[in-house]
Design a protein around this ligand. Structure first.
Ligand code: SAM
Ligand code: SF4
Length: 346
């Protein structure tokens, strides 16, 4: 059944402007990360506190508003959209919205990032809705540790979800593992071997300083990807590759396998020069840079000019002038205390 807020007005899509989105530094913006909700069924220790409160439903973009934002960006030359959150599969009406976004002219890739807890049930509907690729977060293969890292998560459920995604035939499934010193750094090789056994990709990610988290000191859990690479290289033959998925990961191939291992190093290796993306939070804030607060309130605009896609496109184009040259998330840099990744659209 079509969710109630999708039965209301449809945005008026105009002809596609030709110039695309280019910022002041000549970078072409072709990739949007769109957050469907800030809610989550997990409470990962590096992402939230155990008592994190979520936004009131009326503060979130409605499904129609999310569809309008996706349409405006694809009109402006964005060809890849990642749906994220919070946990995107917690949003009611998510599958129907995905079907709608997947059919936008000009969109080449609709992809999602999920914690995998609901994939056993939703992998096939997601594929049928037009989602091309899935990233699934997996930080541990030990049930008790998985529970303590996610606070509420059930490892078996996520593993079933991964198998369901493989069976559903998604292209290039990728696992994401955030590595924390003293919490899961001893599982780097186990996680790599798991990905190899499944024939899927895996990226290791450095923990980023977003949000007050309470349980640990991020300076103490910082684990640079150069160390991860050394540990992998001691046991596996890593062949560096220039392949990219349009993101900041450095990839390695393992001879005789389809698996690619990636390293995402926001703290130890700045990658702002090649930035091709912007984010829209679940509350409709267009964030122009991961580590800066330069932003535009698309929700206010959508609600003041309901259904006017030209106005939305013009505002998005103008906002490119606000995109900063880059940010510094290096070790020792003050954290962004109030904006968690679950609010940012990670
Ligand atoms: N809930 C989904 C999930 O966990 O895959 C999607 C949203 S989550 C914010 C997206 C990604 O951000 C996940 O891979 C998660 O591990 C990562 N993440 C969250 N907080 C982070 C942090 N402080 N530093 C680095 N990665 C983080
Ligand atoms: Fe939820 Fe993803 Fe944040 Fe974990 S990382 S708490 S799964 S939003």
């Amino acid at each position: 059944m079509t969710p109630p807020d999708m039965q209301t007005q449809r945005p008026r899509f105009g002809t596609r402007p030709r110039a695309g989105l280019i910022d002041r530094f000549g970078r072409r913006i072709t990739y949007l990360r769109l957050s469907l909700t800030d809610r989550c069924n997990f409470r990962c220790i590096y992402c939230m506190t155990s008592d994190t409160r979520f936004a009131r439903p009326d503060r979130l973009l409605s499904l129609d508003e999310l569809a309008a934002v996706a349409a405006a960006f694809t009109d402006l030359g964005v060809h890849k959209i990642r749906l994220t959150g919070g946990e995107p599969l917690m949003r009611r009406g998510a599958i129907e919205l995905m079907r709608r976004i997947a059919s936008l002219p000009g969109l080449c890739e609709l992809v999602i990032t999920t914690n995998g807890a609901q994939l056993e049930r939703l992998a096939v509907p997601l594929r049928e809705a037009g989602v091309r690729r899935i990233n699934i977060s997996l930080d541990s293969l030990r049930p008790e540790r998985f529970r303590s890292l996610t606070r509420t998560g059930d490892l078996a459920q996520v593993l079933h979800g991964i198998d369901a995604a493989i069976a559903a035939g998604f292209e290039r499934i990728k696992l994401n593992a955030v590595i924390l010193k003293g919490r899961n750094h001893d599982e780097i090789l186990d996680l790599a071997r798991f990905a190899l056994a499944k024939g899927i990709n895996l990226s290791f990610i450095e923990e980023m300083p977003f949000g007050t988290i309470g349980e640990h000191d991020r300076a103490e859990t910082y684990y640079p990807t150069d160390r991860i690479r050394e540990e992998l290289a001691a046991k596996l033959s890593l062949i560096p590759t220039t392949e990219t998925t349009g993101g900041p990961a450095r990839y390695y191939r393992i001879p005789g396998s389809q698996t690619r291992l990636g390293l995402i190093s926001p703290r130890s290796h700045n990658f702002c020069n090649d930035c091709n993306r912007v984010r829209v939070t679940a509350e409709g804030r267009l964030l122009l840079c991961l580590g800066n607060e330069h932003s535009l309130d698309l929700r206010a605009l959508l609600r003041a000019h309901s259904g006017d896609i030209t106005c939305l496109r013009n505002a998005i184009t103008a906002a490119m002038g606000l995109k900063p040259e880059g940010c510094d998330l290096g070790p020792g840099i003050a954290p962004i205390a109030f904006r968690r990744m679950s609010m940012t659209g990670g």
